[in-house]
Design a protein around this ligand. Structure first.
Ligand code: TXA
Ligand code: MG
Length: 318
């Protein structure tokens, strides 16, 4: 039997243990406001390679580097004035900025998968920043799930899927946002959204006073694995914009829905829906349900990121 991860509650002692494990090149899963991350020392090639191994990622896709503050981020990437504006406005928070990689950054080349850019973010969860500060190294962290599957929003989700492949899982309870960060390429004018996420396109546009472009999904040369058409996928088929469930399907509601098995937000609140999305999908991806039917979600604000994840979950599998 492989050794199982230690699931540890957040405390100064446990953050110190997790920081030591990271320094030793081990994998540590930790909570952020978006989803749980599968962290490794971003300057250690072998540690970064073990992320791909643990997730069973088919290829080396670039990873987001997590740092405790903007100052540390500036040591890894060249920040344009626009990137500075966004960091000042949205960090700590659910926005990953893609910027030119600094030659002296010391990051493993695997982190940016050979690109000349790197994605960085400062997570909003305080324990995550404490962990990053204690480790004293930049931490590469994709979502802590098996490649292509639903992202984890609790420590239990991580333990179920990756428990035998990580040293420590820090348990900080359910994630507040529940959807991955927005990935924004700041190297183009106007900047491009590579993945919709916890920070809405509308709020970025308001902060910058420019309209963003949204990169189209491309299965052949994805810039982001989040751009693969089938991703975030439950094992059962998923149907969107359903008003009722077909036989065998579990109905996932939004707004008033007496027949729903789970409801993302009975009040129709998109923030609440985002926070519940992945846990509810996991719950309906179990017997006796043979499929998941999801009621319509408005295509505004966080609803865009929710619908993006649902479209990928509904897409034909490859
Ligand atoms: O919320 C999140 O972002 C979570 C938590 C743990 O922080 N992390 C996460 O990482 O979702 P991951 O590896 O699952 O997704 C990283 C996304 C991918 O779509 C990846 O292709 C993109 O960021 N990305 C990373 N570096 C990039 C780069 N240099 N250029 C373009 N896209 C990049
Ligand atoms: Mg992911």
């Amino acid at each position: 039997m492989p050794k199982m991860a230690r699931v540890l509650p957040i405390s100064p002692e446990n953050i110190a243990k997790a920081a030591q494990a990271l320094q030793a090149g081990q994998l540590v899963a930790f909570p952020t406001e978006t989803v749980y991350g599968l962290g490794a020392d971003a300057t250690n090639d072998r540690a970064v390679a073990s992320i791909f191994e643990a997730k069973g990622r088919p290829r080396f896709n670039p990873l987001i580097v997590h740092v405790p503050d903007t100052e540390t981020a500036r040591g890894l990437a060249d920040f344009s004035p626009m990137a500075e504006t966004l960091a000042a406005r949205f960090w700590p928070g659910a926005l990953s900025l893609v910027a030119p990689l600094r030659k002296d950054s010391n990051l493993s080349l695997l982190v940016s998968a050979g690109l000349e850019t790197v994605a960085v973010r400062v997570p909003a969860v305080e324990s995550a920043r404490n962990l990053l500060r204690a480790a004293g190294i930049p931490i590469a962290a994709p979502s802590a799930n098996t490649s292509g599957r639903i992202s984890p929003t609790t420590a239990q989700h991580v333990a179920a899927e990756l428990g035998d492949r990580v040293a420590i899982i820090l348990d900080g309870g359910p994630c507040g946002i529940g959807l991955e960060s927005t990935v924004l390429d700041t190297t183009t004018a106007p900047p491009a959204i590579l993945r919709e996420g916890g920070v809405t396109a509308e709020s970025i546009e308001a902060a910058l006073g420019v309209a963003l472009t949204v990169a189209a999904s491309n299965d052949h040369a994805p810039q982001s694995p989040g751009m693969l058409t089938s991703h975030y996928a439950p094992a059962r088929p998923l149907r969107m914009n359903a008003t009722t469930a077909n036989p065998g399907e579990g109905l996932l509601g939004f707004g008033p829905a007496p027949k729903a098995i789970r409801n993302l937000s009975p009040a129709g609140d998109l923030g609440e829906a985002a926070a519940n999305l992945f846990a509810d999908l996991r719950m309906l991806d179990t017997p006796p349900w043979t499929g998941i039917a999801v009621m319509p979600i408005p295509e505004t604000g966080l609803g865009r990121a929710i619908n993006d994840r649902l479209r990928r979950a509904a897409a034909p599998r490859n």
